[in-house]
Ligand binder design. Structure first.
Ligand code: SF4
Length: 348
């Protein structure tokens, strides 16, 4: 058989694993593409070789990792098909990923695309009419094969041309998982992720933070939002000060370390040397403020919150010395703990 190559959209979930393996089982070489953004799979970027090795040894699949954060942040500004229950633009998300995958086909020598979508599995993005819209708007109508539900769908080029045998494809539909679990067993796959986990845009609490970042009264213009902004958004406690300054406060040592690691040249970092407590990051402190007096005011508030959430001493919270670094300069701010009733409404 002439060698055929396909490109699979690989989320890491069971359906995408099975769809990929099903096509591989027909002797087709499949490159699995795992897209990452700060909303899903971002941790993969910490150790790409280790991740690839893990996927190969657990599922027998060769995966390539592609960071699509920049385009994805733009997509969130105004997705043509709107949002789901939370801040999840599922239809546009799929269209975008398929469009990006389609762009890679030539370079990789792939003849068709694969997804693990199952007809009727999700209320919004896997209805038949929605699947059609996704195909149409991503320009992938005849080249997109959904092996798990292919027998319930119109033939694609891969079937018509005989690259894959339609008879060996499947007719899964609906929300049940028993068919998938059975197929996983056949492939000897036992250790796979739970369904529907992992996308913060579909998480009711975390997605609210993202939607506020993209809202009209956000501290940032949509075009200014960066991957680091989104990563900071998922850390610790978030505050927007009355003047609009944005501050993140660590809840524990891990948060504090992350804030330190993510702090950019224009951010202020604050913490107490003298007793345990949180680190705070005042985002874009060097550039966001037109008036230095406003910046000073927010740095003072940030310091007061560091003291407020710092460890008590003999049952009380005395004023503290807070170290503040900004653009290579370090100084001490003396601050009283801020009373809760003052800052409650600033919590994001
Ligand atoms: S849940 Fe998240 S990753 Fe999945 S389609 Fe929706 S927006 Fe995209």
């Amino acid at each position: 058989m002439k060698e055929t190559k396909a490109l699979s959209l690989f989320s890491g979930g069971l359906d995408s694993i099975l769809a990929t393996r099903l096509v591989m089982s027909q002797g087709i070489e499949v490159v699995a593409i795992q897209f990452v953004t700060p909303f899903f799979n971002y941790h993969v970027l910490d150790d790409i070789p280790g991740h690839k090795e893990k996927i190969r040894s657990k599922f027998g699949i060769d995966v390539e990792v592609v960071d699509i954060s920049k385009g994805y942040l733009e997509l969130l500004r105004n997705p043509a098909h709107g949002f789901g229950k939370n801040f999840n633009p599922c239809i546009d998300c799929k269209i975008y990923m398929l469009s990006r995958a389609k762009e890679m086909m030539d370079e990789l020598g792939a003849k068709f695309l694969i997804t693990g979508e199952v007809l009727g599995q999700r209320p919004m993005s896997q209805r038949r009419d929605t699947l059609n819209v996704i195909e149409r708007d991503s320009g992938s109508r005849s080249i997109l094969l959904r092996p798990l539900s292919a027998k319930l769908m119109v033939e694609t080029e891969a079937e018509r041309e005989g690259w894959v045998d339609r008879d060996k494809l499947l007719n899964f539909s609906g929300r049940g998982r028993s068919n998938q679990i059975r197929l996983a067993k056949e492939y000897g796959i036992t250790d796979f992720p739970a369904p529907a986990g992992g996308c913060t845009l579909a998480d009711p609490i975390l997605s609210r933070r993202v939607s506020q970042l993209y809202s009209e009264d956000s501290v940032l213009q949509p075009a200014e939002i960066t991957t680091t902004d989104v990563r900071l958004l998922f850390i610790g406690r978030q505050f927007v000060f009355p003047g609009g300054g944005w501050m993140i406060l660590g809840r524990d040592e891990r948060d504090n370390d992350q804030l330190e690691a993510l702090a950019g040249a224009e951010d202020a970092l604050l913490w107490m040397e003298e007793r345990p407590g949180p680190a705070a990051l005042l985002r874009r402190a060097a550039t966001w403020y037109d008036d230095p007096a406003d910046r000073e005011e927010d740095l003072q508030l940030a310091a007061s919150l560091v003291v407020r959430y710092g460890k008590k001493i003999a049952g009380t919270r005395p004023p503290g010395e807070v170290t503040c670094t900004l653009q290579g300069n370090s100084r001490i701010i003396i601050a009283d703990p801020l009373p809760d009733e003052v800052f409650r409404s600033w919590i994001l």
